[in-house]
Design a protein around this ligand. Structure first.
Ligand code: B12
Ligand code: SF4
Length: 486
């Protein structure tokens, strides 16, 4: 019996995966593979690397973000036409099971651990059901990810050390998908898994690496120390909240074990905008704490990738530009600047639906636009056209080469780390690619593929900093790459 595992990718929105460094292994399918008995032959296809073409199988399993689901349905249609059964799980299937069921034979909601074995047993017995609810799994029952399926040249290994989040922010589906309590894997088990990883880069995909449970900081420290004592040498990244900076020992050991950058939900710089999206975590710390926190993290050589949201209910055009100015001024090193989007299953989605404010509502076709770069809802103070065109200007001003260079040199100054400065710079390029997908060609003053202004001659600043970068390269780059790949 052959099981085909597929990660579909939206054909219209490929900006984020143009660069190899932003093609990530779908960890969920590695878990599905691990839960599948050995008598099944497995084949995995990731559309971030190759366009899918039909290939024979006995069962086809799909995963999918909302923005990719239309493509999942196209692939499922090929197989249904050929009479081959299809099953889909993951975030979109969990939030919209009724819709998904019209396109595939079986839907699995929630975590695969609680449903996949039962589904496969029914399938093998010739009696597969239409819907299986995996719910929330006992964290000790999570199997080791089958990493042998990831045959593509991903740059990062992905590892998850915990699941869940109690915060339930308005725009986020994590609490609905992963539950309200943090479930933590045992440190020894994580270290064993880390020893199986092969890539020099590592991304801990936890939503909050240092959660608010008692002992979370000690757990993190023992993980980082364990990485060092077992000789697990990685350059790593993770998501965390503002409390990441609370404990100097955490920061010290994080850096020592290879932490390069922390991805953090900053969202906004004013209490009003934060309370619009119920970002209570940041409200409780206060927006005045941001810079102190960033400085503390920087002192350990670690960079900050700030997630920022534009288009809160109270936002007027001037507020969007004020947020842009805050990003330029504050010391976040890399920035993801998205438009508030009502992802299905979130509190925001339900509220917007009840208020009849969703304008991208021709489902499933419109799901393709739910990648946080489009105005999907109406706003009290701006029209969708106004917010989109303001965002185009904001993206152009933040992700052109001069702006990104300025940030890079500031990162270098703040962290004293070339590696951190380089990754922050590279991440900004990656986000630039994602945001410019719609606009760089059409905008009269847009930027070219090198992120430089199309109709302006190269600035003296760029010419000068090119030389500086070249010098840095000569002195330290090769040494660093060698150390990284040793
Ligand atoms: C890591 C991560 C990323 C990474 C890597 C993504 C990747 N390819 O893996 C990066 C940083 C690139 C990323 C980017 C984005 N992300 Co993201 N990301 C996550 C995060 C934090 C963890 C995902 C993960 O690996 N989990 C661990 C695995 C094991 O869990 P899992 O995939 O859910 O799989 C389990 C179940 O879902 C199920 N399952 C999954 N697939 C299947 C298939 C079958 C057949 C079955 C039976 C079961 C099953 O079983 C698995 C095991 O229990 C989630 C939040 C979260 N906690 O889920 C957000 C999340 C998935 N991201 C989200 C979003 C919106 C984005 C962005 C669009 C944001 C943006 N604008 O930048 C981009 C999209 C970029 C792109 N074009 O791909 C949303 C998706 C919401 C939605 N409805 O689509 C989430 C849920 C966060 C949120 N805000 O709500 N993301
Ligand atoms: S945004 Fe972060 S803190 Fe808020 S619910 Fe999602 S994962 Fe939790």
């Amino acid at each position: 019996m052959k099981l085909l595992l597929i990660n579909p990718v939206n054909k219209k929105r490929k900006g984020f995966i143009i660069d190899q460094s932003t093609r990530f292994m779908p960890l969920g399918l590695g878990i599905v593979a691990a839960l599948t008995p050995a008598h099944w032959e497995l084949e995995f296809v990731d559309e971030s690397f190759e366009d899918f073409i039909f290939r024979p199988a006995d069962l086809v399993a799909l995963t999918g973000f909302t923005a990719n689901v239309q493509r999942a349905y196209e692939i499922a249609a090929m197989y249904r036409e050929a009479g081959i059964p299809t099953v889909m799980g993951g975030i979109h299937a969990s939030m919209c099971p009724e819709e998904v069921m019209t396109y595939v034979d079986t839907v699995v909601t929630g975590e695969a651990e609680g449903a996949w074995p039962a589904f496969l047993a029914d399938f093998e017995a010739g009696t597969p059901g239409r819907l299986y609810e995996g719910g929330i799994t006992d964290i000790d029952a999570v199997p080791r990810v089958r990493r042998d399926i990831y045959k593509y040249p991903y740059i990062y290994d992905l590892v998850q050390t915990s699941r869940g989040c109690p915060n339930g922010c308005d725009f986020c589906s994590v609490t609905q998908l992963c539950g309200k309590t943090y479930r933590e894997r045992k440190v020894e088990d994580i270290l064993d898994e880390l020893e199986e990883t092969t890539r020099p880069m590592l991304f801990f995909v936890d939503d909050n690496l240092i959660n608010n449970k008692k002992g979370a900081a000690e757990r993190a420290i023992s993980l980082f120390k364990g990485m060092i004592s077992r000789g697990i040498r990685k350059v790593w990244f993770s998501q965390a909240a503002l409390n990441f900076a609370d404990n100097d020992e955490v920061l010290y050991w994080a850096r020592k074990s290879g932490c390069n950058m922390i991805l953090m939900g900053i969202e906004a710089e004013t209490p009003q905008a934060l309370s619009d999206v119920r970002k209570n975590l940041n409200l409780s710390r206060g927006v005045d704490s941001y810079n102190r926190i960033f400085r503390k993290i920087h002192r350990h050589g670690i960079g900050i990738l700030g997630f920022m949201i534009f288009g809160m209910d109270s936002d007027k055009e001037a507020d969007l530009y004020a947020r842009r100015d805050f990003i330029e001024r504050c010391s976040v090193d890399s920035y993801q600047c998205t438009i508030l989007t009502p992802l299905p299953g979130t509190a925001l989605f339900h509220r917007m639906k009840a208020q009849n404010r969703i304008i991208l509502n021709d489902y499933p076709a419109d799901w393709q636009q739910y990648d946080n770069t489009r105005a999907a809802i109406t706003m009290p103070n701006m029209t969708p056209g106004e917010i989109e065109s303001a965002m185009h200007e904001i993206w152009l001003s933040l992700y052109n080469k001069e702006a990104m260079r300025r940030k890079m040199f500031r990162t270098l100054w703040n962290t004293k780390s070339f590696m951190t400065a380089y990754w922050a710079y590279a991440s900004n390029h990656n986000y630039g690619r994602m945001f410019f997908e719609n606009i760089s060609l059409s905008h009269p003053d847009g930027v070219d593929e090198k992120f430089e202004w199309k109709h302006r001659s190269r600035s003296a600043y760029l010419k000068f900093t090119d030389r500086v970068i070249w010098l840095i390269y000569l002195v330290s780059w090769k040494r660093m790459i060698k150390r990284l790949t040793a």
